[in-house]
Design a binder for this molecule. Structure first.
Ligand SMILES: Cc1cc2nc3c(=O)[nH]c(=O)nc-3n(C[C@H](O)[C@H](O)[C@H](O)COP(=O)(O)OP(=O)(O)OC[C@H]3O[C@@H](n4cnc5c(N)ncnc54)[C@H](O)[C@@H]3O)c2cc1C
Length: 486
């Protein structure tokens, strides 16, 4: 679209949301050029921050009139480029919409605007002994809208499930600007499950504006343990053994030596730096049940050669253990300015084998890989550390990433446990799904979003996209066009 048309659009957007809520200067736009997947950058033409549902609807109607793509955005912590505006257009940022509209402790629900952070919901409901169970490690910043769009998980997904299991209803602005609701306070168990279709659709089917969330009672008792192992393989085997013995802890999280050392150097928590791996196991529920589970967990851990085990004796010690895990990605910034965080899933029983294979990939491409695992549910987050300005290194990073994803598929796993496909894993979708599956996905996409106005170029390969804007030249496209990726 021409500059004068964008100026006209900007003028009309200002009339809807106010001058201070439309950003267009290059410095402001640069802030929104990527999400947490920093390999791919593409600046929007305009950033718009609506304050309510009506404004979202009006912005989308204007975008349709001007044929300009719109990419919804929460806090921008996504790790697959989902909010990156690869066709330019409008970055629609929902973070001003952060009201908690209703807390209903009798029915265990909270209704919120989607720009509220995940943690703010649990803080607001704590006085009733309730919380929102999905707990992505980004929960201090990531929004409920982003959690819904990505179907986010977290350390406690092992026992409590993904976001989809904790959302009862959503109010949505569709790609033509109409407003509707899917689901509600009471479960709808009939008709086509539009709520189920929407959760995890990564901003391609509509913009969520409000959500009714299921709340969970806070557990009566929690026991949190930290164990050190000589190697990640030994820790991985302990995880498999615990589940094989019939214990499903609330969480089982592991970090490798590189990550452990980065965390300790950054935070000085007193972690044991000579260990090859740190495993966190959390048990929750009733006292009697926990006592039995504790015994099984300790046996499995000792059998696999743990160097040291300690249980948190109070909430402060528990918080310190979780700080070690939840600060892992941030701490890796001490080693390299960029981290490409993968999200493959493998069958839990193949954890030890996969860990060795990732080490071999790291060796093959001479890239540094730090490993953070939601070990209990086989969800791996190898973080490949690099400097984006070094194109030769970046190329090796991308090749290593592809090998890791292919490894996960070969071992009977999947491309993504919780970070979504975005633009990052588009090319691998055809390895994970048949042509028929992909066609079914594009039928669903086109039924909601026929002109591709909303978040074009995400999730499903070869989608129609809003015609007027040109694709931004992403580094991955340049490398693959040069034939260097194959
Ligand atoms: C340090 C760190 C740790 C992380 N740990 C975890 C983890 O443990 N588990 C996990 O699952 N993820 C994790 N993530 C990834 C990320 O935080 C989640 O995907 C999160 O849900 C994204 O929320 P957001 O508000 O930042 O969304 P954004 O990144 O802004 O957007 C993510 C996607 O959602 C879409 N979207 C956003 N809001 C809406 C809306 N209202 N309607 C429709 N679409 C929308 C966007 O278009 C985009 O496709 C982590 C990220 C970081 C940086």
């Amino acid at each position: 679209m021409s500059t004068s048309n964008y100026q006209q659009l900007e003028h009309e957007l200002v009339a809807v949301v106010g001058r201070q809520n439309v950003l267009s200067s290059p410095v402001d736009l640069a802030v929104y050029e990527c999400d947490g997947e920093t390999l791919d950058t593409a600046r929007p033409d305009l950033v718009v921050l609506p304050g309510n549902t009506e404004e979202v609807s009006e912005v989308i109607k204007l975008a349709n009139r001007y044929k300009v793509p719109v990419s919804p955005r929460g806090a921008g912590t996504g790790l697959s480029g989902g909010a990156t505006t690869i066709m330019g257009g409008i970055s629609l940022v929902l973070t001003r919409m952060k009201k908690i509209l209703d807390i209903d402790p009798d029915n265990l629900t909270a209704t919120v605007e989607v720009g509220v952070t995940n943690l703010a919901v649990s803080k607001a409901t704590a006085k009733w002994g309730l919380y929102f169970a999905p707990d992505p490690s980004s929960q201090i910043a990531s929004t409920i809208g982003g959690n819904i769009a990505e179907n986010s998980g977290g350390p406690h997904t092992l026992k409590y499930g993904m976001t989809s299991q904790h959302v009862l209803g959503i109010k949505v602005v569709l790609p033509d600007g109409q407003v509707t609701t899917f689901g509600g306070k009471a479960r709808e168990n009939f008709g086509i499950d539009l709520l189920g279709v929407f959760v995890g659709s990564e901003g391609t089917l509509g913009v969520a504006v409000e959500a009714t969330l299921k709340l969970t009672p806070l557990p009566k008792q929690i026991e949190t343990m930290i164990a050190y192992f000589p190697s990640v393989e030994k820790g991985g085997q302990a995880v498999s053994d615990i589940v094989a013995h019939g214990v499903i802890p609330a969480a089982m999280e592991m970090i490798d030596k590189l990550t452990l050392n980065a965390v300790e150097d950054a935070l000085k928590l007193g972690l044991q730096k000579d260990a090859g791996a740190l495993l966190i196991v959390e048990l929750d529920g009733q006292k009697a049940g926990i006592a039995v589970q504790k015994e099984i967990v300790v046996n499995c851990i000792n059998k696999n050669g743990a160097m040291n085990i300690s249980w948190a004796e109070n909430p402060k010690e528990r918080a310190s253990i979780w700080k070690a895990r939840k600060s892992a990605f941030g701490a890796l910034g001490r080693i390299a300015p960029h981290a490409y965080v993968l999200d493959g899933v493998i069958p839990r029983s193949k954890l030890a084998e996969t860990i060795s294979a990732i080490a071999a990939i790291s060796e093959k491409y001479k890239v540094m890989i730090a490993n953070v695992y939601h070990a209990g549910d086989g969800n791996l987050h190898p973080a490949i550390l690099f400097h984006r300005d070094n194109q030769e290194e970046t190329l090796r990073v991308m090749k290593a990433a592809r090998d890791i994803l292919e490894l996960c598929l070969k071992l009977g796993g999947t491309l993504s446990g919780e970070h979504g496909i975005g633009i990052e894993k588009l090319d691998e979708m055809s390895l994970a799904f048949s042509a028929v599956d992909l066609k079914c996905m594009s039928y669903v996409h086109d039924a909601f979003n026929p002109d591709g106005i909303l978040n074009p170029g995400k999730v499903v390969p070869n989608l129609k996209s809003c015609g007027e804007s040109g694709i931004r030249p992403l580094l991955r496209h340049q490398l693959s066009a040069a034939g260097t990726l194959n």
